[in-house]
Design a protein around this ligand. Structure first.
Ligand SMILES: [Fe+2]
Ligand SMILES: [Fe+2]
Length: 216
């Protein structure tokens, strides 16, 4: 069953190194897809077990939601939207490619809504509403159906063709920007966590520049 999650374009993760020359900027994005597929595979396994009578595990769902929000959305979709798609808007894409990019953006939004729905269903379940198991199942199934389809669309029909619009220098600059983007995220993540706890406790916190992590 795992094969169906591998996407149509294989990247030889075991035999490639980060030092590979001429790496396309979409290569890291496609490698990230493989990790997202692994979590989706876990969710598929989980939902099948729930359907067979296993209790909903809110902690497991919290972990999956954290992965989807922080890794699949903020880290991965973040690089797609804030860097790759931003640069593609300056290129003369074909009509079909333009439409596909718009579709991909709409799908990212859809993924966010699905994740919110899963959190809501899980919260209902946690509040002892066992009748919400059905909603939990539906929400997980929606995500399990959505992500592989979205990933396949990018891997098989979008990422590689649009790379032809970029010069080797532009590709190199994009890879550097991707790395910079990723580097800041861990600081941003824990800055938010600390801020949230401070706020919940009514603590003043330390006043830091909003973009302090850019200086690290
Ligand atoms: Fe995407
Ligand atoms: Fe993607």
């Amino acid at each position: 069953m795992m094969d169906q999650f591998r996407g149509s374009l294989e990247i030889d993760l075991d035999n490639s190194t980060s030092e590979d020359e001429g790496m396309l900027p979409v290569a890291p994005l496609m490698i990230e897809h493989r990790l997202i597929e692994r979590m989706i595979f876990i969710l598929r396994d989980e939902v099948e077990l729930i359907k067979k009578g296993k209790m909903v595990d809110p902690v497991m769902i919290d972990t999956a939601v954290d992965f989807i929000r922080f890794y699949a959305d903020r880290t991965h979709h973040g690089k797609e939207e804030d860097i790759l798609f931003r640069e593609l808007r300056n290129k003369k894409l074909s009509k079909d490619q333009k439409r596909m990019m718009e579709d991909l953006l709409v799908e990212h939004e859809l993924g966010r809504k699905m994740t919110k729905s899963l959190i809501a269903a899980k919260e209902l379940y946690r509040k002892d509403d066992k009748g919400s198991v059905k909603e939990v199942i539906e929400c997980i199934e929606a995500l399990v159906e959505f992500y592989p389809r979205h990933i396949l669309k990018e891997d098989a029909g979008f990422f590689i063709p649009v790379m032809t619009y970029f010069t080797p220098q532009e590709q190199e600059a994009m890879l550097i920007e991707f790395h910079e983007f990723d580097r800041k995220l861990v600081h941003e993540r824990y800055d938010r966590i600390v801020g949230r706890i401070e706020k919940a406790r009514g603590l003043p916190g330390r006043k830091m520049k909003a973009d302090w992590f850019k200086y690290i």
